[in-house]
Ligand binder design. Structure first.
Ligand code: GLY
Length: 426
């Protein structure tokens, strides 16, 4: 099977690595990719994921048997539709179905129709007056959740107890021309559950937890994600099944009923409160950084799994097999991230081809044959172990061998779970 992955982050590096381990996969290409993944994939740096014509030409030149679209922007822009119309097998939803991430208001409509528990929400458009904004903000709180209702790649959300900061974010999002979604705050620990979805067929992967704030103890601004662990030792034994039954299956069925069936990866971001799981948001793609940890524990060859979804045969796929134990991934970020990342800094202790050490590259470029930083989240390391504690130790031991001057990372990924500090509200 010749495979083409679209995207350039650590998530796509993880996808490319797992595909390269599948005996049925003969070729792995990534467009545009990044130089850190050159050890497992042929890179096509001139092809941008949102350029449907360029992706189509490349898929044709490669005679790709399977195209896997990583990020949300090409999905929302309809790149999967263009490829499917041309006869390619694609892992990733249509533009219609990708609205589950692209428009929070659309997602709320699907959830309301499907009877799925979620936060109360109100949209405030860019034309709202100062008085209307103030009044809307006063209908929420004491913790405000202010979301950019355009595409923000998980980065446009401010969660704050500070009313003035909430109002400011409304103005900032409006200044960018996007509507805002105000939401009531959902209590309880967060869960990311990724489900393979093919129409009404839903197959969950292992549950994971992201760490979105930039600093230890969940302090500082939100980021694209600073680290993750999987599975979740504190989740009730029937937790995954409840999320599938109460959230993912009803949503998948509703989307079929509404004429926009989902095919690809449905990412349910949830808070587990006193009444069980409630949806914080949906994404239409694999999450980053959770994917790096989750795929590391998947024993079933990935190419066959993604191909089953792409060809509408997920219901015939044998049950997924998983390694025992835990995986932890930690993000190494550039100095100044998330506000103003410093780039162009030489990274030592890592080179293309280091996947087996658990390195997944994101914001890296090549200069004089070495890797330099080129983005905010520079790379991830993954550690695995029989216990969550052992997986944490493995990840941080690996990270200690890599140097990015000025770089920073959280030291507490998975720590609250190890110390038994995560509990479900009564
Ligand atoms: N884990 C956050 C995201 O992928 O949006």
């Amino acid at each position: 099977m010749r495979t083409l992955v679209i995207g350039n982050g650590a998530r796509e590096h993880a996808l490319a690595y797992s595909l390269s381990q599948d005996p049925e996969v003969t070729e792995v290409h990534v467009a545009p990719g990044n130089p850190g993944m050159a050890g497992v994939a042929t890179l096509h740096p001139g092809v941008k994921g949102e350029d449907a014509a360029a992706v189509l030409t490349l898929a044709g030149e490669l005679a790709a048997d399977l195209v896997v679209i990583g990020p949300e922007i090409p999905l929302v822009a309809g790149v999967a539709d263009a490829l499917r119309d041309a006869g390619f097998a694609v892992f990733g939803p249509s533009a219609d179905a990708a609205r589950i991430e692209g428009s929070k208001a659309f997602a709320k409509g699907v959830m309301a129709a499907a009877g799925v528990r979620t936060a109360h929400a109100e949209q405030v458009g860019p034309g709202a007056s100062d008085a209307e904004i103030e009044a809307a903000v006063d209908r929420f709180g004491p913790t405000w959740v202010v979301k950019d209702d355009g595409l923000a790649g998980g980065k446009g959300v401010v969660v704050t107890p500070d009313r003035a900061a909430a109002v400011q974010h409304v103005h900032d999002v409006h200044a960018a021309g996007n509507p805002v979604l105000l939401e009531s705050f959902l209590d309880g620990p967060e869960v990311s559950l990724f489900c393979l979805v093919d129409g009404e067929t839903v197959v969950p992967l292992l549950p994971a937890q992201d760490h979105k704030r930039v600093r230890d103890n969940d302090e500082g601004p939100n980021t694209g994600g600073m680290g993750a662990y999987t599975p979740l030792p504190w989740l009730p034994a029937d937790g995954v099944q409840r999320i599938v039954d109460e959230v993912c299956v009803p949503v998948a069925r509703q989307m079929v009923k509404d004429g926009c069936p989902f095919s690809g990866l449905l990412y349910a971001g949830l808070a587990w409160g006193a009444d069980g799981p409630a949806v914080v948001e949906f994404n239409c793609r694999f999450g980053d950084p959770e994917t790096q940890a989750v795929l590391d524990l998947l024993k079933t060859p990935l190419g066959g799994v993604l191909n089953a979804v792409a060809t509408g045969t997920l219901d015939q796929l044998p049950p997924l097999e998983w390694e025992d134990g835990y995986a932890v991934t930690v993000v190494l970020a550039a100095e100044g991230y998330p506000e103003k990342p410093v780039t162009g800094v030489a990274i030592s202790g890592v080179a293309a081809g280091d996947e087996r050490r658990g390195v997944r590259a994101a914001g890296v470029a090549e200069k004089d044959g070495a890797l330099v930083s080129s983005g905010g989240r520079v790379l991830n390391v993954i550690g695995t172990g029989a216990t969550l504690e052992a997986a944490r130790e493995a990840a941080y031991a690996e990270l200690a061998t890599i140097d990015l001057p000025g770089g920073h990372y959280r030291t507490d990924i998975g720590l609250a779970a190890v110390e038994g500090r995560i509990s479900i509200p009564e």
